[in-house]
Design a protein around this ligand. Structure first.
Ligand SMILES: [Zn+2]
Length: 66
């Protein structure tokens, strides 16, 4: 039998937890190709390189949340 939570977490507790996740922000790393900050394990938005190869062209995407 699986363990069951003894008590329900309140809406506030859930919201406080998720707000803290949002406040922590995204983890940015420096792109090894162009040096701009980019999301790790993802294609660089400014140069389109990933793992040393050009994967996409003309990736001038507007960053909504800087
Ligand atoms: Zn780049």
């Amino acid at each position: 039998m699986a363990q069951e939570p003894k008590r329900k977490h309140s809406k506030t507790r859930k919201r406080v937890r998720r707000a803290a996740i949002s406040l922590a922000g995204v983890n940015l790393v420096k792109c090894p190709h162009c040096g701009k900050p980019t999301l790790s394990h993802q294609v660089c938005r400014s140069c389109g390189y990933f793992a040393g190869k050009q994967v996409k062209e003309n990736t001038e995407v507007k960053v909504v949340k800087a």
